[in-house]
Write a protein that binds this ligand. Structure first.
Ligand SMILES: Nc1nc2c(c(=O)[nH]1)N[C@H]1C(S)=C(S)[C@@H](COP(=O)(O)OP(=O)(O)OC[C@H]3O[C@@H](n4cnc5c(N)ncnc54)[C@H](O)[C@@H]3O)O[C@H]1N2
Ligand code: MOO
Length: 388
């Protein structure tokens, strides 16, 4: 299947699957999700009339008599009368009948007598002036960023209802080890460490990663053994070798295969399928080739568009260019799309090299992958940004 068609197939499957049931997540776990409901203010902001400057809360016209001092967080029941003032810290609740706050810099104090000039309302943040209690501050569908988490906390939320597709990973290969220096013939798993960040860049969460030996039976049971995840990522076993059982295992489970190989370099053995029948659709399976560089390409080709479409997110982060001029020498494939690791400066992209299928060295030094259509002869190219 041509590369652009494969991507669109992943997007359209994501839209069909939709976001699934939202989960109420503690703020710390909601980052990167998409709000499943409008975010409303549980309290007014500010929650009380507060000083916006360090200085004096004053009532009426000066001069004033200073009655005492109030710091932020100190409860008090002070009510001022005309001609009275209280020393206040920024953020402190101002006494009732405060007309304005006179900053230290504009105040003259002699013992308890204070003079200065104020405009009514100056430097006082009135309760609810920013946000009224119950107001909608963000619509459903907003991506939860660090600022959204801070806003939610300031409006008294502890948890948020978010869509974050749950993804599990199955990494297959007898030769793989996960720690230390590999022994003779062994290889460090280099795809597992990529997956949490890759999945998060799509707005999902990687809930588990399981390493299995090569073998038909092990793969069938690993595929079938889910816990309600929306997506299963299978790493390796995607090709034509004697230990490559992904297609056979999917057939055994009656999966519908939507993308069976993609005309791109690297990453051509990648795959997209859906478990379960039309009556009870199950998780989506994304097959990433075992070569780590090829796996990353497949992750950007199928997994990210799928996850992003599930929660209605834009494909390219706002403010990022989607196309670039390509400088330097690149080899072009006659029939397949080529994906080339590049550094992007302004509207120009330069290849970084080291982007062979088995290597992540180029991708690690790059910002993005440049997309060279088959037989490309020049002109601007699409760039796929690598997760930061
Ligand atoms: N006869 C053919 N052979 C191959 C083809 C083909 O079309 N016909 N395609 C080649 C391409 S392209 C790729 S990519 C690989 C895909 O292989 P698999 O997905 O079946 O993966 P394996 O065979 O298990 O491994 C391939 C290679 O990658 C290493 N590997 C596997 N998993 C990991 C991992 N998690 N971390 C690091 N390295 C990993 C593995 O040791 C092998 O070296 O097939 C080609 N062959
Ligand atoms: O998917 Mo393979 O080369 O294209 O590594």
């Amino acid at each position: 299947m041509p590369w652009p068609v494969a991507r669109e197939t992943a997007r359209s499957l994501g839209r069909r699957c939709g976001p699934g049931e939202p989960r109420w997540e503690p703020l710390a776990d909601a980052l990167g999700g998409v709000l499943a409901e409008d975010l409303r203010a549980r309290i007014a902001a500010p929650a009380y009339d507060a000083a916006a400057m360090d200085g004096y809360a004053v009532c009426g016209a000066g001069p004033w008599t200073v009655r005492g001092r109030v710091l932020a967080g100190q409860p008090h029941g002070i009510v001022l009368s005309a001609g009275q003032a209280v020393e206040v810290a920024t953020g402190a609740r101002v006494p009732e009948r405060t007309d304005a706050v006179l900053p230290y810099e504009q105040a003259r104090r002699d013992a308890d007598t204070l003079t200065g000039t104020v405009r009514p309302g100056r430097h006082v943040r009135r309760r609810g002036e920013e946000t009224a209690e119950g107001a909608t501050v963000l619509p459903a569908g907003t991506v939860v960023t660090p600022a959204v988490l801070g806003l939610a906390a300031s409006l008294a939320h502890d948890r948020l209802p978010v869509h974050r597709p749950r993804v599990r990973a199955v990494v297959s290969g007898d030769e793989l080890v996960r720690t230390g220096v590999p022994g003779p013939g062994a290889v460090r798993d280099a795809i597992g460490p990529v997956l949490p960040g890759l999945v998060a860049a799509g707005g999902g969460v990687l809930t588990s990663l399981r390493c299995i030996p090569d073998g038909f039976g092990a793969l069938v049971s690993a595929l079938a053994d889910g816990d309600g995840e929306s997506v299963v990522v299978v790493c390796g076993a995607s090709s034509a070798g004697p230990a490559d059982h992904l297609r056979g295992a999917l057939a055994e489970l009656g999966a519908e295969v939507l993308v069976d190989g993609v005309r791109c370099r690297p990453g051509h053995p990648q795959l997209l399928a859906r478990l379960g029948g039309a009556q009870r659709p199950g998780p989506v399976v994304v097959g990433l080739p075992g070569n780590p560089g090829a796996a990353l390409v497949a992750g950007l080709t199928l997994l990210l568009p799928l996850l992003r479409a599930m929660t209605g997110r834009a494909e390219v982060e706002p403010g990022r260019t989607a196309r670039c001029r390509l400088d330097g020498q690149v080899s072009v494939h006659e029939h397949d799309t080529r994906l080339v690791a590049v550094r992007v400066v302004g509207d120009r992209a330069r290849p970084v090299g080291h982007d062979r299928p088995a290597s992540l060295r180029g991708a690690a030094a790059a910002d993005a992958l440049a997309v060279l259509p088959p037989g490309w002869t020049g002109g601007d190219v699409e760039v796929l940004w690598l997760p930061g």
